[in-house]
Ligand binder design. Structure first.
Ligand SMILES: *Cc1c(COP(=O)(O)O)cnc(C)c1O
Length: 471
Protein backbone atom coordinates (compact mmCIF):
# COMPACT_ATOMS: atom_id res chain seq x y z
CA UNK A 1 0.00 0.00 0.00
CA UNK A 2 1.50 3.34 -0.97
CA UNK A 3 0.85 6.53 0.93
CA UNK A 4 -1.80 7.78 -1.51
CA UNK A 5 -3.73 4.55 -1.00
CA UNK A 6 -3.21 4.95 2.73
CA UNK A 7 -4.63 8.48 2.58
CA UNK A 8 -7.71 7.36 0.64
CA UNK A 9 -8.42 4.48 3.01
CA UNK A 10 -7.78 6.61 6.08
CA UNK A 11 -10.43 9.06 4.87
CA UNK A 12 -12.84 6.25 4.14
CA UNK A 13 -12.23 4.63 7.50
CA UNK A 14 -12.70 7.88 9.38
CA UNK A 15 -16.10 8.25 7.68
CA UNK A 16 -16.92 4.69 8.67
CA UNK A 17 -15.87 5.40 12.27
CA UNK A 18 -18.17 8.40 12.50
CA UNK A 19 -21.10 6.53 10.91
CA UNK A 20 -20.52 3.63 13.29
CA UNK A 21 -20.65 5.78 16.39
CA UNK A 22 -23.67 7.70 15.10
CA UNK A 23 -25.66 4.54 14.40
CA UNK A 24 -24.30 2.10 16.98
CA UNK A 25 -27.71 2.08 18.69
CA UNK A 26 -29.23 0.29 15.69
CA UNK A 27 -27.08 -2.77 16.38
CA UNK A 28 -27.73 -5.53 18.95
CA UNK A 29 -25.62 -4.67 21.99
CA UNK A 30 -24.17 -8.10 22.60
CA UNK A 31 -22.95 -9.94 19.53
CA UNK A 32 -25.47 -12.54 18.39
CA UNK A 33 -22.69 -14.81 17.02
CA UNK A 34 -22.55 -18.49 17.86
CA UNK A 35 -19.28 -20.25 18.71
CA UNK A 36 -17.27 -20.89 15.53
CA UNK A 37 -19.24 -18.50 13.29
CA UNK A 38 -16.22 -16.47 12.26
CA UNK A 39 -13.73 -19.34 12.30
CA UNK A 40 -15.86 -21.12 9.70
CA UNK A 41 -15.47 -18.13 7.39
CA UNK A 42 -11.72 -17.68 7.71
CA UNK A 43 -9.28 -19.48 5.40
CA UNK A 44 -7.14 -21.98 7.28
CA UNK A 45 -3.90 -20.58 5.81
CA UNK A 46 -2.66 -17.05 5.13
CA UNK A 47 -2.83 -15.68 1.57
CA UNK A 48 0.40 -15.92 -0.43
CA UNK A 49 -0.41 -12.88 -2.53
CA UNK A 50 -1.36 -9.54 -1.01
CA UNK A 51 -5.03 -8.63 -1.17
CA UNK A 52 -6.78 -5.41 -1.93
CA UNK A 53 -7.70 -3.29 1.09
CA UNK A 54 -11.24 -2.95 -0.23
CA UNK A 55 -11.65 -6.72 -0.06
CA UNK A 56 -10.16 -6.85 3.42
CA UNK A 57 -12.41 -4.05 4.59
CA UNK A 58 -15.45 -5.68 3.04
CA UNK A 59 -14.74 -8.84 5.05
CA UNK A 60 -14.28 -6.72 8.15
CA UNK A 61 -17.81 -5.35 7.71
CA UNK A 62 -19.44 -8.61 6.61
CA UNK A 63 -17.63 -11.20 8.70
CA UNK A 64 -16.01 -9.50 11.67
CA UNK A 65 -18.61 -6.92 12.67
CA UNK A 66 -21.35 -9.50 13.46
CA UNK A 67 -18.97 -10.94 16.04
CA UNK A 68 -18.43 -7.61 17.78
CA UNK A 69 -20.16 -6.73 21.04
CA UNK A 70 -20.78 -3.02 21.03
CA UNK A 71 -19.11 -1.58 24.09
CA UNK A 72 -19.86 1.95 22.88
CA UNK A 73 -23.59 1.19 22.66
CA UNK A 74 -25.55 3.36 25.11
CA UNK A 75 -27.46 0.25 26.30
CA UNK A 76 -24.28 -1.48 27.42
CA UNK A 77 -24.91 -2.06 31.13
CA UNK A 78 -22.81 -5.22 31.58
CA UNK A 79 -19.56 -5.93 33.51
CA UNK A 80 -17.97 -2.55 34.00
CA UNK A 81 -17.86 -0.33 30.97
CA UNK A 82 -14.85 -0.01 28.77
CA UNK A 83 -15.76 3.41 27.59
CA UNK A 84 -14.16 5.73 25.09
CA UNK A 85 -14.85 9.09 23.50
CA UNK A 86 -14.17 10.88 20.21
CA UNK A 87 -11.10 12.77 21.48
CA UNK A 88 -9.67 9.52 22.82
CA UNK A 89 -10.18 7.78 19.48
CA UNK A 90 -8.49 10.65 17.63
CA UNK A 91 -5.49 10.38 19.93
CA UNK A 92 -5.34 6.62 19.37
CA UNK A 93 -5.19 7.23 15.61
CA UNK A 94 -2.15 9.42 16.12
CA UNK A 95 -0.58 6.98 18.58
CA UNK A 96 -1.01 4.15 16.08
CA UNK A 97 0.52 6.26 13.33
CA UNK A 98 3.56 7.26 15.37
CA UNK A 99 3.89 3.67 16.58
CA UNK A 100 6.52 4.90 19.00
CA UNK A 101 7.98 2.40 21.41
CA UNK A 102 8.12 4.45 24.61
CA UNK A 103 10.24 2.15 26.70
CA UNK A 104 12.82 4.78 27.71
CA UNK A 105 12.72 8.54 28.09
CA UNK A 106 15.09 8.74 25.11
CA UNK A 107 12.89 6.63 22.85
CA UNK A 108 10.24 9.37 23.03
CA UNK A 109 10.89 12.08 25.60
CA UNK A 110 7.45 13.63 25.02
CA UNK A 111 5.68 10.36 25.85
CA UNK A 112 7.56 10.11 29.13
CA UNK A 113 6.99 13.71 30.15
CA UNK A 114 3.36 13.83 29.04
CA UNK A 115 2.77 10.69 31.10
CA UNK A 116 4.30 12.33 34.16
CA UNK A 117 2.13 15.42 33.78
CA UNK A 118 -1.07 13.45 33.00
CA UNK A 119 -0.60 11.41 36.14
CA UNK A 120 -0.23 14.65 38.07
CA UNK A 121 -3.43 15.93 36.50
CA UNK A 122 -5.30 12.75 37.41
CA UNK A 123 -3.86 12.86 40.92
CA UNK A 124 -5.14 16.39 41.40
CA UNK A 125 -8.52 15.64 39.80
CA UNK A 126 -8.95 12.62 42.09
CA UNK A 127 -7.87 14.31 45.31
CA UNK A 128 -4.95 11.95 45.86
CA UNK A 129 -2.04 12.96 48.14
CA UNK A 130 0.18 15.55 46.46
CA UNK A 131 3.48 13.77 46.84
CA UNK A 132 2.37 10.56 45.12
CA UNK A 133 3.88 9.58 41.79
CA UNK A 134 2.18 7.59 39.11
CA UNK A 135 2.57 5.74 35.88
CA UNK A 136 0.17 4.36 33.29
CA UNK A 137 -0.10 0.59 33.36
CA UNK A 138 -1.78 -1.53 30.71
CA UNK A 139 -4.33 -2.87 33.18
CA UNK A 140 -5.36 -2.93 36.81
CA UNK A 141 -4.32 -6.59 36.82
CA UNK A 142 -0.73 -5.50 36.17
CA UNK A 143 -1.01 -2.74 38.77
CA UNK A 144 -2.24 -5.26 41.35
CA UNK A 145 0.73 -7.49 40.49
CA UNK A 146 3.12 -4.54 40.88
CA UNK A 147 1.64 -3.81 44.31
CA UNK A 148 2.24 -7.41 45.40
CA UNK A 149 5.80 -7.24 44.11
CA UNK A 150 6.42 -4.02 46.07
CA UNK A 151 4.80 -5.62 49.13
CA UNK A 152 7.09 -8.65 48.91
CA UNK A 153 10.07 -6.37 48.49
CA UNK A 154 9.17 -4.57 51.70
CA UNK A 155 8.33 -7.70 53.68
CA UNK A 156 11.62 -9.38 52.75
CA UNK A 157 13.64 -6.17 53.17
CA UNK A 158 14.68 -6.34 49.55
CA UNK A 159 15.77 -9.98 49.49
CA UNK A 160 13.10 -11.39 47.21
CA UNK A 161 14.23 -9.70 43.99
CA UNK A 162 17.69 -11.28 44.32
CA UNK A 163 17.20 -14.53 46.18
CA UNK A 164 13.59 -15.40 45.40
CA UNK A 165 11.07 -16.66 47.91
CA UNK A 166 12.66 -20.05 48.61
CA UNK A 167 14.47 -19.04 51.80
CA UNK A 168 11.61 -16.94 53.14
CA UNK A 169 8.72 -17.79 55.39
CA UNK A 170 5.35 -18.09 53.61
CA UNK A 171 4.17 -14.73 52.26
CA UNK A 172 0.50 -13.89 52.81
CA UNK A 173 -1.79 -11.51 50.92
CA UNK A 174 -5.05 -10.23 52.41
CA UNK A 175 -8.08 -9.06 50.45
CA UNK A 176 -11.80 -9.25 50.92
CA UNK A 177 -13.88 -12.09 49.54
CA UNK A 178 -15.17 -9.50 47.04
CA UNK A 179 -11.69 -8.73 45.64
CA UNK A 180 -11.15 -9.05 41.90
CA UNK A 181 -9.78 -12.33 40.53
CA UNK A 182 -6.67 -10.46 39.34
CA UNK A 183 -5.50 -10.34 42.98
CA UNK A 184 -5.36 -14.10 43.17
CA UNK A 185 -3.83 -14.29 39.70
CA UNK A 186 -1.15 -11.80 40.76
CA UNK A 187 -0.41 -13.96 43.80
CA UNK A 188 0.09 -16.95 41.52
CA UNK A 189 2.36 -15.03 39.16
CA UNK A 190 4.40 -13.63 42.05
CA UNK A 191 5.00 -17.14 43.39
CA UNK A 192 2.83 -16.59 46.46
CA UNK A 193 0.05 -18.97 45.41
CA UNK A 194 -3.72 -18.86 45.70
CA UNK A 195 -3.75 -20.67 49.03
CA UNK A 196 -1.81 -17.80 50.57
CA UNK A 197 -4.40 -15.22 49.62
CA UNK A 198 -6.61 -14.74 52.68
CA UNK A 199 -10.11 -13.80 51.62
CA UNK A 200 -11.50 -11.81 54.50
CA UNK A 201 -15.19 -12.01 55.39
CA UNK A 202 -17.35 -8.96 54.75
CA UNK A 203 -20.04 -7.08 56.64
CA UNK A 204 -23.66 -6.40 55.68
CA UNK A 205 -22.56 -3.95 52.98
CA UNK A 206 -20.00 -6.46 51.61
CA UNK A 207 -17.05 -4.42 52.91
CA UNK A 208 -14.00 -6.08 54.51
CA UNK A 209 -14.30 -7.00 58.17
CA UNK A 210 -11.25 -5.27 59.67
CA UNK A 211 -11.42 -7.17 62.96
CA UNK A 212 -11.07 -10.38 60.98
CA UNK A 213 -8.15 -8.86 59.08
CA UNK A 214 -6.33 -7.99 62.30
CA UNK A 215 -6.94 -11.45 63.70
CA UNK A 216 -5.68 -13.12 60.52
CA UNK A 217 -2.51 -11.04 60.50
CA UNK A 218 -1.88 -11.86 64.17
CA UNK A 219 -2.44 -15.54 63.57
CA UNK A 220 -0.12 -15.58 60.55
CA UNK A 221 2.65 -13.77 62.44
CA UNK A 222 2.30 -16.16 65.35
CA UNK A 223 2.59 -19.11 62.98
CA UNK A 224 5.80 -17.64 61.53
CA UNK A 225 4.30 -16.58 58.22
CA UNK A 226 5.03 -13.25 56.48
CA UNK A 227 2.14 -10.82 55.88
CA UNK A 228 3.17 -9.08 52.65
CA UNK A 229 0.32 -7.02 51.29
CA UNK A 230 -3.27 -5.97 51.96
CA UNK A 231 -5.42 -5.10 48.97
CA UNK A 232 -8.62 -3.18 49.58
CA UNK A 233 -11.47 -2.72 47.11
CA UNK A 234 -12.82 0.71 46.38
CA UNK A 235 -15.73 -0.47 44.26
CA UNK A 236 -15.46 -4.26 44.04
CA UNK A 237 -16.32 -5.86 40.74
CA UNK A 238 -19.26 -8.03 41.73
CA UNK A 239 -21.35 -5.79 43.98
CA UNK A 240 -19.43 -2.49 43.97
CA UNK A 241 -18.59 -2.65 47.66
CA UNK A 242 -16.04 -0.34 49.27
CA UNK A 243 -13.71 -1.54 52.03
CA UNK A 244 -13.03 0.72 55.03
CA UNK A 245 -9.85 2.40 53.79
CA UNK A 246 -8.87 4.27 56.96
CA UNK A 247 -9.35 1.33 59.31
CA UNK A 248 -7.38 -0.99 57.02
CA UNK A 249 -4.71 1.67 56.55
CA UNK A 250 -4.25 2.00 60.30
CA UNK A 251 -3.73 -1.75 60.64
CA UNK A 252 -1.23 -1.75 57.77
CA UNK A 253 0.74 1.18 59.19
CA UNK A 254 0.92 -0.46 62.59
CA UNK A 255 2.01 -3.76 61.07
CA UNK A 256 4.23 -2.22 58.35
CA UNK A 257 2.38 -4.12 55.62
CA UNK A 258 2.16 -2.74 52.10
CA UNK A 259 -1.36 -1.39 51.53
CA UNK A 260 -2.76 -1.23 47.99
CA UNK A 261 -6.19 0.00 46.91
CA UNK A 262 -7.90 -1.43 43.85
CA UNK A 263 -10.30 1.23 42.59
CA UNK A 264 -10.18 0.03 38.99
CA UNK A 265 -13.76 1.00 38.24
CA UNK A 266 -14.94 3.39 40.97
CA UNK A 267 -11.75 5.46 40.98
CA UNK A 268 -13.19 7.54 38.16
CA UNK A 269 -15.94 8.67 40.54
CA UNK A 270 -13.28 10.11 42.86
CA UNK A 271 -13.10 13.12 40.52
CA UNK A 272 -16.36 14.07 42.26
CA UNK A 273 -15.80 15.81 45.60
CA UNK A 274 -19.12 14.43 46.89
CA UNK A 275 -17.85 10.84 46.43
CA UNK A 276 -14.45 11.33 48.08
CA UNK A 277 -15.69 10.26 51.51
CA UNK A 278 -15.27 6.70 50.22
CA UNK A 279 -11.52 7.14 50.11
CA UNK A 280 -11.15 8.67 53.55
CA UNK A 281 -7.78 7.46 54.86
CA UNK A 282 -6.20 7.27 51.41
CA UNK A 283 -3.04 8.91 52.77
CA UNK A 284 -2.40 5.71 54.73
CA UNK A 285 -2.14 3.65 51.54
CA UNK A 286 1.03 2.79 49.64
CA UNK A 287 -0.53 2.50 46.20
CA UNK A 288 -3.79 3.02 44.35
CA UNK A 289 -5.03 2.08 40.91
CA UNK A 290 -7.96 3.17 38.78
CA UNK A 291 -8.78 2.65 35.14
CA UNK A 292 -9.59 5.70 33.02
CA UNK A 293 -10.25 2.99 30.41
CA UNK A 294 -13.31 1.91 32.36
CA UNK A 295 -15.17 5.07 33.20
CA UNK A 296 -13.16 8.13 32.21
CA UNK A 297 -13.86 8.13 28.47
CA UNK A 298 -10.38 6.92 27.51
CA UNK A 299 -9.73 3.88 25.34
CA UNK A 300 -8.29 0.70 26.76
CA UNK A 301 -5.46 0.45 27.73
CA UNK A 302 -5.06 3.14 30.35
CA UNK A 303 -4.73 2.17 33.99
CA UNK A 304 -3.53 4.90 36.36
CA UNK A 305 -1.28 3.46 39.07
CA UNK A 306 -0.14 5.74 41.90
CA UNK A 307 2.43 5.08 44.60
CA UNK A 308 3.35 6.95 47.73
CA UNK A 309 6.97 5.96 47.17
CA UNK A 310 7.90 4.01 44.04
CA UNK A 311 11.36 3.09 45.32
CA UNK A 312 10.37 -0.38 46.61
CA UNK A 313 8.83 -1.33 43.28
CA UNK A 314 11.77 0.09 41.34
CA UNK A 315 14.21 -1.75 43.54
CA UNK A 316 12.31 -4.96 42.81
CA UNK A 317 12.08 -4.45 39.04
CA UNK A 318 14.90 -2.27 37.73
CA UNK A 319 17.53 -4.02 35.64
CA UNK A 320 19.74 -1.93 33.35
CA UNK A 321 21.51 -3.93 30.69
CA UNK A 322 24.03 -2.07 28.53
CA UNK A 323 21.71 -2.01 25.53
CA UNK A 324 19.11 0.01 27.44
CA UNK A 325 21.37 2.65 28.89
CA UNK A 326 20.51 6.22 28.04
CA UNK A 327 22.35 8.94 29.95
CA UNK A 328 19.74 11.73 29.72
CA UNK A 329 17.03 9.41 30.96
CA UNK A 330 18.61 9.29 34.38
CA UNK A 331 17.13 12.68 35.13
CA UNK A 332 13.64 11.36 34.51
CA UNK A 333 11.68 8.41 35.89
CA UNK A 334 12.11 5.43 33.57
CA UNK A 335 8.66 3.89 33.69
CA UNK A 336 9.84 0.53 32.35
CA UNK A 337 11.17 0.01 35.90
CA UNK A 338 7.67 0.52 37.31
CA UNK A 339 6.01 -2.32 35.46
CA UNK A 340 6.29 -5.77 33.91
CA UNK A 341 6.85 -5.08 30.23
CA UNK A 342 9.73 -3.17 28.75
CA UNK A 343 7.84 -1.90 25.73
CA UNK A 344 5.27 0.79 26.36
CA UNK A 345 2.58 2.34 24.19
CA UNK A 346 2.21 6.12 24.12
CA UNK A 347 -0.84 5.99 26.39
CA UNK A 348 -0.67 9.49 27.83
CA UNK A 349 -1.70 11.14 24.58
CA UNK A 350 -5.31 9.97 24.76
CA UNK A 351 -5.61 11.17 28.36
CA UNK A 352 -4.26 14.57 27.32
CA UNK A 353 -6.78 14.78 24.48
CA UNK A 354 -9.68 13.68 26.69
CA UNK A 355 -8.93 15.92 29.66
CA UNK A 356 -8.25 18.98 27.49
CA UNK A 357 -11.13 18.41 25.13
CA UNK A 358 -13.78 18.04 27.86
CA UNK A 359 -12.13 19.90 30.72
CA UNK A 360 -12.33 18.67 34.31
CA UNK A 361 -15.76 20.30 34.89
CA UNK A 362 -17.41 18.53 32.00
CA UNK A 363 -15.81 15.20 32.95
CA UNK A 364 -17.20 15.61 36.46
CA UNK A 365 -20.60 16.39 34.95
CA UNK A 366 -20.53 13.25 32.79
CA UNK A 367 -19.63 10.90 35.64
CA UNK A 368 -22.11 12.62 37.96
CA UNK A 369 -24.86 12.20 35.35
CA UNK A 370 -24.21 8.44 35.27
CA UNK A 371 -24.49 8.23 39.05
CA UNK A 372 -27.71 10.27 38.98
CA UNK A 373 -29.20 7.84 36.45
CA UNK A 374 -28.22 4.95 38.74
CA UNK A 375 -29.97 6.69 41.64
CA UNK A 376 -33.09 7.06 39.51
CA UNK A 377 -32.96 3.35 38.65
CA UNK A 378 -32.45 2.44 42.30
CA UNK A 379 -35.65 4.29 43.20
CA UNK A 380 -37.55 2.58 40.37
CA UNK A 381 -36.38 -0.89 41.34
CA UNK A 382 -37.25 -0.30 45.00
CA UNK A 383 -40.73 0.87 44.04
CA UNK A 384 -41.48 -2.09 41.75
CA UNK A 385 -43.11 -4.99 43.63
CA UNK A 386 -41.67 -7.89 41.61
CA UNK A 387 -38.07 -6.70 41.88
CA UNK A 388 -35.77 -6.43 44.84
CA UNK A 389 -32.54 -4.53 45.45
CA UNK A 390 -29.98 -7.08 46.66
CA UNK A 391 -26.96 -4.90 47.55
CA UNK A 392 -26.71 -1.20 48.29
CA UNK A 393 -26.22 0.88 45.12
CA UNK A 394 -22.63 1.95 44.72
CA UNK A 395 -21.81 4.73 42.26
CA UNK A 396 -23.30 3.67 38.90
CA UNK A 397 -24.03 0.04 39.87
CA UNK A 398 -27.38 -1.42 40.94
CA UNK A 399 -27.63 -5.05 42.01
CA UNK A 400 -31.10 -6.59 42.05
CA UNK A 401 -33.18 -9.60 41.13
CA UNK A 402 -36.58 -10.41 39.74
CA UNK A 403 -38.79 -11.99 42.37
CA UNK A 404 -42.41 -12.39 41.28
CA UNK A 405 -43.22 -14.30 44.49
CA UNK A 406 -43.94 -17.91 45.35
CA UNK A 407 -40.53 -19.26 44.24
CA UNK A 408 -37.74 -20.65 46.38
CA UNK A 409 -34.14 -19.50 46.02
CA UNK A 410 -33.14 -22.21 43.55
CA UNK A 411 -36.10 -21.41 41.31
CA UNK A 412 -35.34 -17.68 41.57
CA UNK A 413 -31.73 -18.34 40.55
CA UNK A 414 -32.92 -20.23 37.48
CA UNK A 415 -35.46 -17.53 36.62
CA UNK A 416 -32.92 -14.69 36.92
CA UNK A 417 -30.37 -16.63 34.89
CA UNK A 418 -32.97 -17.09 32.13
CA UNK A 419 -33.92 -13.44 32.37
CA UNK A 420 -30.33 -12.24 31.81
CA UNK A 421 -29.95 -14.65 28.91
CA UNK A 422 -33.23 -13.51 27.33
CA UNK A 423 -32.34 -9.83 27.70
CA UNK A 424 -28.93 -10.28 26.12
CA UNK A 425 -30.34 -12.45 23.34
CA UNK A 426 -32.88 -9.70 22.58
CA UNK A 427 -30.04 -7.35 21.59
CA UNK A 428 -31.87 -4.49 23.30
CA UNK A 429 -29.52 -4.20 26.24
CA UNK A 430 -26.58 -6.02 27.75
CA UNK A 431 -26.40 -6.96 31.43
CA UNK A 432 -24.41 -9.48 33.45
CA UNK A 433 -25.09 -11.42 36.62
CA UNK A 434 -23.06 -12.45 39.60
CA UNK A 435 -23.53 -14.36 42.84
CA UNK A 436 -24.38 -12.79 46.18
CA UNK A 437 -24.22 -15.24 49.09
CA UNK A 438 -24.73 -17.96 46.48
CA UNK A 439 -27.82 -16.31 44.94
CA UNK A 440 -27.99 -15.15 41.31
CA UNK A 441 -28.29 -11.37 41.08
CA UNK A 442 -28.35 -8.99 38.12
CA UNK A 443 -25.88 -6.11 37.79
CA UNK A 444 -26.91 -2.92 35.95
CA UNK A 445 -23.88 -0.67 35.45
CA UNK A 446 -24.28 2.85 34.08
CA UNK A 447 -21.07 4.33 32.69
CA UNK A 448 -21.17 4.28 28.91
CA UNK A 449 -20.19 7.58 27.31
CA UNK A 450 -23.37 7.90 25.24
CA UNK A 451 -25.86 6.60 27.81
CA UNK A 452 -28.60 9.10 28.62
CA UNK A 453 -31.53 8.96 30.98
CA UNK A 454 -33.89 7.74 28.24
CA UNK A 455 -31.62 4.74 27.58
CA UNK A 456 -31.80 3.75 31.22
CA UNK A 457 -35.57 4.19 31.17
CA UNK A 458 -36.02 2.05 28.08
CA UNK A 459 -33.55 -0.50 29.45
CA UNK A 460 -35.55 -0.75 32.66
CA UNK A 461 -38.77 -1.06 30.63
CA UNK A 462 -37.18 -3.87 28.60
CA UNK A 463 -36.23 -5.72 31.79
CA UNK A 464 -39.79 -5.56 33.13
CA UNK A 465 -41.31 -6.60 29.80
CA UNK A 466 -38.97 -9.55 29.29
CA UNK A 467 -39.37 -10.62 32.93
CA UNK A 468 -43.16 -10.55 32.62
CA UNK A 469 -42.96 -12.73 29.49
CA UNK A 470 -40.81 -15.29 31.30
CA UNK A 471 -42.86 -15.52 34.48
C1 LIG B 1 -12.01 -4.43 36.11
C2 LIG B 1 -11.33 -4.65 37.40
C3 LIG B 1 -10.03 -5.14 37.45
C4 LIG B 1 -9.30 -5.63 36.22
O1 LIG B 1 -9.03 -4.56 35.38
P1 LIG B 1 -8.09 -4.77 34.11
O2 LIG B 1 -7.63 -3.37 33.82
O3 LIG B 1 -8.96 -5.32 33.05
O4 LIG B 1 -6.99 -5.67 34.49
C5 LIG B 1 -9.40 -5.25 38.67
N1 LIG B 1 -10.03 -4.87 39.79
C6 LIG B 1 -11.29 -4.38 39.79
C7 LIG B 1 -11.92 -3.97 41.08
C8 LIG B 1 -11.98 -4.27 38.60
O5 LIG B 1 -13.23 -3.80 38.60
Amino acid sequence: MDFEDFRAHAHRFSDWMTDYLETVEDRPVRSQSRPGDLLAQLPASPPDAGEDMSAIFNDFEQKVMPGITHWQHPNFFAYFNGNSSPPSVLAEMLTATLAAQCMLWETSPAANELETRMMEWLREMSGLPENWAGTIQDSASTANLCALIAGLERATEGRVARKGLAGETTPIVYASSEAHSSVEKAARIAGIGSDNVRKMPTDGAFAMDVTALEAAIREDREAGRMPACVIACLGATGLGSVDPIRAIGEVCRRENIFFHIDAAWAGSAMILPEERHWMDGIELADSYVFNPHKWLFTNFDCSAFFMRDPSELISALAISPAYLQSPDGEQMPEYRDWTVSLGRRFRALKLWFVIRSYGADRLRGMVRAHIDMAKWLETEISATPDFEIMAPRRFGLNVFRYNPGGLDDAALDALNTRLVQAMNDSGRLYLTKTLLDGRVVIRFVIGQTYTQQHHVESGWAAIREIAAELA
